[in-house]
Design a protein around this ligand. Structure first.
Ligand SMILES: C[S@@+](CC[C@H](N)C(=O)[O-])C[C@H]1O[C@@H](n2cnc3c(N)ncnc32)[C@H](O)[C@@H]1O
Length: 257
């Protein structure tokens, strides 16, 4: 299935090259780290969700785990006096984005060599100790899409502390996650959920014991404890539970006091 998706992406890329329909803002297939969905359409969908959560065109925005710019792309049209900073652990993705987005001076991409068994297995920095390279209170809106679903609890705890540090008072964090509340646990028991999350780790659950970072879930009370002092304002359940949701992953919206 995964091999088919990869072959499809290379085919589409080659087809666009020969037909002259090359889209310079679509990343090359070898940098691919996300599902098979439409890159531009998914970014647009999330922009609408960010706006519903309070994003404004003048905001200072931080995208943690920016990947290849799927969420950055629609922001190039949306942000006016606002700024965008993307933090990412895969160096070639940061290099590609830095070049592709050079035409927007308010967009910056930063690399951090953090270890992640799935995405950066040779990384030299422990995410549980990492300090974001930004001043206190320097962002209005921070988002992480499909990132905490690939990180274990000790790193997530540190990232939440860093998000709380860099968010200005009243700022918003928009974060996707897999949360095992009663509804999700009922779906797991009925085997109607997309995952089983049977592997029990410290303060989190994984799908795959060998590479836990493939998919990680949290109990909601543990997630809220890790997030403190950020306060959970809203949770929008995702399709992964086996029922129609807002997006595939759960969406959590948190506020800084
Ligand atoms: C599934 S991709 C999602 C990329 C992007 N957020 C998007 O929605 O298109 C997960 C991303 O998280 C990044 N990542 C994993 N661990 C990270 C960490 N500790 N800090 C920052 N980014 C991380 C990966 O390198 C990868 O680009």
């Amino acid at each position: 299935m995964k091999a088919l998706g990869t072959a499809h992406r290379y085919f589409q890329h080659a087809l666009r090259a020969v037909t002259g329909k090359h889209d310079p803002m679509l990343p090359p297939p070898h940098l691919h780290t996300i599902g098979t969905g439409n890159f531009r359409a998914i970014g647009e969908e999330f922009l609408e969700l960010f706006q519903n959560a309070g994003l404004k065109p003048t905001d200072r925005v931080l995208d943690v785990g920016a990947g290849t710019g799927r969420m950055a792309l629609p922001l190039t049209d949306y942000l006016t006096t606002g700024t965008y900073d993307g933090l990412e652990i895969i160096k070639p993705s940061v290099d590609w984005c830095s070049e592709a987005y050079a035409q927007w001076p308010n967009f910056r991409f930063h690399h951090a060599d953090i270890h992640n068994l799935r995405y950066n297995a040779k990384g030299s920095v422990d995410g549980a100790d990492y300090r974001f390279p930004f001043e206190d209170d320097s962002f209005d809106f921070v988002f992480l899409t499909s990132v905490f679903t690939h990180m274990q609890a000790r790193e997530v705890g540190n990232y939440f502390a860093e998000i709380a540090r860099v968010l200005a008072p009243g700022g918003t964090a928009f974060i996707t996650a897999f949360l095992l509340d009663d509804d999700a646990r009922a779906a797991l028991a009925a085997k109607s959920a997309h995952y089983s999350f049977k592997v029990v780790l410290d303060d989190c659950y994984a799908e795959d014991a060998k590479v836990p970072e493939k998919a990680i879930a949290f109990d909601p009370d543990v997630y809220s404890r890790l997030a403190s002092p950020l306060v959970m304002a809203e949770m929008l359940p995702g399709d992964w539970r086996g029922k129609k949701g807002t997006s595939f992953q759960d969406i959590t919206i948190l506020r800084a006091a």
